[in-house]
Design a binder for this molecule. Sequence first.
Ligand SMILES: [Fe+2]
Length: 379
Amino acid sequence: MHDFRLPGVIHFGWGAFDRLRDEAEPLGKRALLVTGRSAMKRTGVLDRAQALLAQAGLTTALFDEVESDPSGATIDRGGELAREESCDLVVGLGGGSPMDAARGIAAMAVLEGSIIDYARGKRVERPGLPLINVATTAGTASEITSVSVVLDEERRLKVGVRSPFWFARAAIADPDLTTTMPPALTAATGLDALTHAVESYLSTRATPPSEALALRSISLIGSNLRAAVADGADRAAREAMALASMLAGMAFANSGLGLVHALAHPVGARYGVAHGAACGRLLPPVLRYNAAAVPERVAAVGRALLGREVEEPHEAIESVESLVVDVGVPIGIADLPIVEREMPVLAQDTLVSGSVKTNPRPATEEDARAVLDGARHTG
Ligand SMILES: [Fe+2]
């Protein structure tokens, strides 16, 4: 048997943003809006969210201090504000960082201590405030999952904290909100979605529903990511990428991920590389590592991506490499300022991640080090 969990409802498609009004209305009287420092103001999305909440009869408090890769301190401050302002609902607005922060803030509004305690293993014993997450990128799928990725500054670690209580009451993915993403962000977030789908498909906890969702996501990305990067106004490509991100999120929220995410978190935490770009760089070297254990499944990734017969895993890996390069992300980590003496600690931090446990080929610290070394000499 297997379990399959999702948010209470997922609103997807052009105009789905308006559903915020109907979803928020029964959930409370005062909402905490959680977002980053500038993008949502610049694009007018924050004003629209406030207007929709006002139409639903809610007042709002604003927490707009979420940095990229939010720290525990940021999330704790947001939780405190939710309590001070007597908010009974949290609405996250933006990409992965604000949506992850909103999830953590909704939790910390009712939990004792710091989110870092939970990142270090404390059990989440009760639900937080109700959460609605509105995605404005197509990649992280944080609107779909139950994870909050938190930067533990003291340990210089990015940790995925999760609880079955933490699925959003409503997830909103409106392709219209993704059309203002510049090409580099479209590429990075799209490669994050691809990595979610591929790692979910190869995961040791993959199930028939998660596999079906992951393969469909890979195929949508294979046919649409280049077009979405080349022309942000291409509505069909934007819609397909938003759908691909959502499907990959549904898959990996249930199957878990793998070694790419385990490596991408320490690389992101130490060198400030955007998460999606880190995933794109590391996906080909990790696929090469995994192909030794699951060649058939790696070939299936290539079939989904290219929409034609692929027999050999190396052909699948090459198809992933050309997609990564075509959208403007280098393969490997050759250009990052990683010094030799940091390699052991990067490998150690990789093994801390829960994502290692669902990688199809077991990985020791030496294996992680070898993959990183390989990634260093690629590209
Ligand atoms: Fe990711």
